[in-house]
Ligand binder design. Sequence first.
Ligand code: ADP
Ligand code: MG
Length: 693
Amino acid sequence: MRPKKLNYILSSISSLKGVGPKLEQIINKLGIYKNIHFLWNIPNNILERKFYENIHDAEINSLVTLNLKIIKHEPSRFKRQPYKIKCICGDTNIDLIYFNARHPMMRQMLPTNENKLISGKLEYFRNTFQITHPNNVTDLKNNKIIKSKEAIYSLTNGLNQKIMNKLTHQILNNLPNFNEWIETKILNKYRFKPWSEAVINLHNPSDDNIKNKNLLRRRLAFDELLSHQLAIGIMRNFNQKKKGLKITSGNKIINKFYNNLEFKLTNSQNNVIKEIINDLESSNQMIRLLQGDVGSGKTIVALISMIKVFESNLQSALMVPTTILAFQHYENILNLLKNSKINVIILTGRDKGRERKDKLDKIENGHADIIIGTHALIQDSVIFKNLGLAVIDEQHRFGVYQRMVFNHKNHKPNILVMSATPIPRTLTLAAYGDMKESKLVEKPLGRKPIITSSLSLKKENQLIERIKAKIINSMSKFYWVCPLIEESEELDLKAAEERYKILKKYFKEKVLLMHGRLSELEKEQIMSKFKNEDYKILVSTTVIEVGVDIPSATTIIIEHAERFGLAQLHQLRGRVGRNDIQSYCILLHKENIGEIAKKRIEIMKQTDDGFEIAEEDLKIRGPGEILGKKQSGSPSFYVADLSFDNDLLEDAKIMVENILEKNPKLENIQGENLRNLLYLQERDAAILTLTAG
Ligand code: ADP
Ligand code: MG
């Protein structure tokens, strides 16, 4: 049961004094629904206004508070004219100016011959001091109410700072007391203040905590990350109690496969395969994220895992985002398995009628062992006889939770998610906290790093001459990628068509064009022509970004590289460097480019390491954009900032591991304190799970 002392802080803001249905709706727009959300709504600035006895001490255009005597009202006589109130400060004249003032109210608020404390921006206009729209007017007795520093919050239509401050303080005056839930070690490490002190100080700016604003915020950020990791840990403990499918420890078929393989696996591949096989042989369900840069050889790792599963007479599914990729994997895998009894089929949206029915039957009666496909695999009509492993490739194209769809079918298969966009650790922790991770950190032996250079578009002709020279007597093929233009496929296509026309002039029948407007079938035909026939240049929009594997293509030219993000440039570059011939990436850019674009191009030239590039990308773009908040299902935090608080996330994770190892049910006083935190952070589901487990 939730302790009663939490009721107030977790109740709806409609219970606050001064909040009616209309104001409630307006405040909701800021993401504030419950009282506690006011506390997470951290001021984005601080307003400082100084009190001056003598108006001549005050600086013009600064925020001030003055003691004014009201002398005379001069109401506006027509619409455009301001309402003027003559006042004096000591013996100096000063005017208060209001536009669109409501006359009776003005006289009530500022009665003549009385003194008031008035604050606002001090201006000097036509030889007179004035304050336009004072932002605070109070009686002298209340001089504490006009604080010299005030928190400034983000607003939305219909709200003002005064309302926000008042409501926030209403809550601050009613904070419950909590015992500390953070370990002393961590409190000391970061010099964190106790929870209530951090909250109160954040919303009550003073000189002291302007300096420490980040320290106070980080305390609350740690709470947020701690509760998030704790909730994930509790869920995982609960899930692991449910048994997964057990895969037996036979290795006969795998060993035979190894012996027939034309190349040697890298150490990295071997290590990852070991990790996966361990998971498969254990009785728990595997949920593992395999990260490997483009070209690091993830497919073979997936295939060996699937063979392992076949060895226990279970099926495997491999789901990829596009039909082209599905066919590419299908052909590769068919080829690699040509001497085995393993039945491989492919299921995509292209299968219709009789053919589709046949395939569905094979999946249902178990004649198909490895099923490769697109989204088509997770439709209701697909019924697996006994699915032991689901592999999801190029996962960032699917929503994170799509992988879970396989769980809803009546099995609980092992799940391997493969991502070619290396995701910085901070983000995997945050988004996929419940997954184990494997990484392929080396490229297959003999791979040379891709040589990346940049070139101004002005020198385009030189580049074309170089390509001409190179094409004459070599097998090399070229990708020429045309840029995204304002997210419009139509304009994209136009740019690509132009480029195609230009290159055709030089290279005649050796050029192909591919773009997003073609059907999947047409795209696939073009790829296959480019791969197998005597074509040399493929002009394309970014549709070749994902997964395409044509080893004989050794140079990629990216036109208007300044328009691409780092992750995308890296993905595109990964289309080359797929065999032991030296590969090149040429970043064509317009003559003058901005600082950020310049930096991106520099990073591309400096490193080939996808993990490093992802870290840089995180710095440049921030986490929201990388994971694409909504579709990725990444948690959005109120206070924590993942491009800044990674250290906190790491420590939160360690703290949670320790706690759950010793006290998995969150018992005794430590458990009680942590449950309070979970409630505060609205992680009630985790607490329910504790009770259910
Ligand atoms: P990605 O990780 O981008 O999916 P792939 O699995 O498509 O990479 O592998 C890229 C290429 O490298 C493929 O042509 C594959 O056959 C080849 N490959 C994979 N592992 C090795 C290895 N250990 N030695 C040599 N070539 C390999
Ligand atoms: Mg791949």
